[in-house]
Design a protein around this ligand. Structure first.
Ligand SMILES: [Zn+2]
Length: 299
């Protein structure tokens, strides 16, 4: 009964409600659109954030690169100095002098255009002393010594060249061989440089021509032993060595003695050369006697 009326009312209500619901649907549409926009904005924002995030990470990676900086404070700098300290040690080792007497440097005097003393019978000092060097070399090598000669033929190295060769040897003595133009025939003498005021001060560089001064005492000891042997081999020779200003000895940084045989004016070449055998024996004995003194480092 009243249902119809109520139904109309209901329709009316629906109509009212439909009229009122129209704006609501519009709102819903707006809401949906705004929702979609929001999602789009969020996606866009996410993309915007993601891109800078990637670039940001790319930019942040360089900072880690400076992180290798920490190794710098760990100072790889100290290691380089370490090898630098090793290098100076190397030159130091070869600089240490040898305590063992291994080498005899034989210096046949003169040579080339410098014939040395000449005898009336054509004897030439520079030639005979070469034969002495050969005889001495053979005898000294038999004793286990190494022999270095300043010349093997008729060349004429300068005094400095001879000294440079001699001073390169470690554990050596130096013997300069000569024949006098005068003096008792068949005798032999050992000479050292006149002793100066003593060894030069250690401070400051040592002048080249004063190299022998530091060895004056050792040279004198070697000369004494040599003269004893020469006196035994060559009758009439002195018992003690003498001093002579032999230029060659001044620049020798080792025990150094000049040995002189007499003489080109009194003996024939064959007679002088025959003295070579006894000269070699005398020198070999003297060097052998001097060896323990040298190696003890005293004289
Ligand atoms: Zn000479």
């Amino acid at each position: 009964m009243p249902p119809s009326a109520s139904a109309n009312e209901h329709r009316a209500h629906e109509n009212r409600a439909g009229q009122t619901t129209l704006p609501v649907s519009d709102i819903l549409v707006h809401v949906r659109k705004s929702f979609l926009r929001g999602i789009l904005l969020l996606i866009a924002a996410a993309i915007m954030l993601a891109v800078p995030a990637c670039t940001g990470q790319a930019q942040q990676q360089p900072p880690p690169a400076p992180s290798p900086g920490p190794p710098n404070p760990q100072a790889p700098a100290p290691p380089p100095p370490a090898p630098a300290q090793e290098t100076p040690k190397q030159p130091a080792a070869p600089a240490t002098p040898s305590r063992t007497l291994n080498v005899v440097v034989l210096d046949p005097g003169h040579g080339g255009t410098d014939a040395g003393a000449r005898g009336g019978n054509g004897v030439i000092e520079s030639e005979v002393v070469l034969s002495y060097a050969r005889a001495l070399r053979a005898e000294l090598e038999r004793q286990g010594l190494r022999v270095v000669v300043t010349r093997q033929g008729n060349e004429n190295p300068t005094p400095d060249e001879r000294s440079a060769l001699a001073n390169r040897q470690r554990g050596s003595v130096f013997l300069s061989l000569h024949i006098s133009s005068t003096g008792p025939p068949g005798t032999a003498r050992a000479y050292t440089l006149p002793e100066g005021v003593g060894p030069p001060a250690r401070s400051g560089p040592l002048p080249w021509d004063q190299a022998q001064e530091a060895y004056a005492e050792r040279s004198r000891r070697l000369a004494e032993l040599l003269q004893v042997q020469l006196a035994q081999k060559f009758r009439g020779s002195p018992e003690v060595p003498a001093h002579a200003a032999v230029r060659q000895l001044r620049t020798i940084a080792a025990p150094a003695v000049a040995v002189e045989v007499s003489s080109v004016s009194a003996l024939k070449r064959e007679q002088l050369e025959q003295m070579g055998t006894r000269l070699a024996e005398a020198v070999a004995r003297a060097v052998t006697a001097y060896r323990p003194l040298y190696e003890a480092g005293a004289n």
